[in-house]
Write a protein that binds this ligand. Structure first.
Ligand SMILES: [Zn+2]
Length: 118
């Protein structure tokens, strides 16, 4: 039953801005659900965990690049599969800093936007 409740709690709304409201609704569309299902089928494990040498089942279909409400980026990706903790922690940090601080097995940041990779 844990999975069921987790799914239900995903319907939280964030009212930060008018702009945010519009694209947040896209996550409820059948089109997005099909994309998410496909992404988790082709990449069932969390990409960040894998890069750190761990095996974790992914739950989130994440946009590799921030879409900022751009319909083309939102619907066409590219996408990556992440576990919930990685999605929440890493994406929050990314939104604050503009890049992810997640590191791979070699200790090097995996985000191409990280200053170390520019
Ligand atoms: Zn993970």
């Amino acid at each position: 039953m844990v999975g069921f409740f987790r799914l239900k709690s995903m319907g939280k709304f964030d009212r930060r801005s008018e702009e945010a409201r519009a694209w947040r609704g896209w996550y409820g569309l059948a089109r997005w659900k099909a994309i998410r299902k496909h992404q988790l089928a082709i990449e069932p494990l969390c990409r960040y965990c894998r890069l750190q040498g761990k095996i974790e089942v992914a739950e989130v279909c994440d946009h590799v690049e921030r879409h900022n409400g751009d319909p083309d980026k939102f619907w066409n990706g590219p996408f990556q599969s992440l576990c919930k903790p990685h999605h929440d922690a890493t994406k929050q940090a990314e939104e604050l800093r503009g890049f992810s601080t997640a590191v791979g097995e070699d200790g090097w940041p995996i985000d191409p936007s990280h200053p170390a990779n520019r």
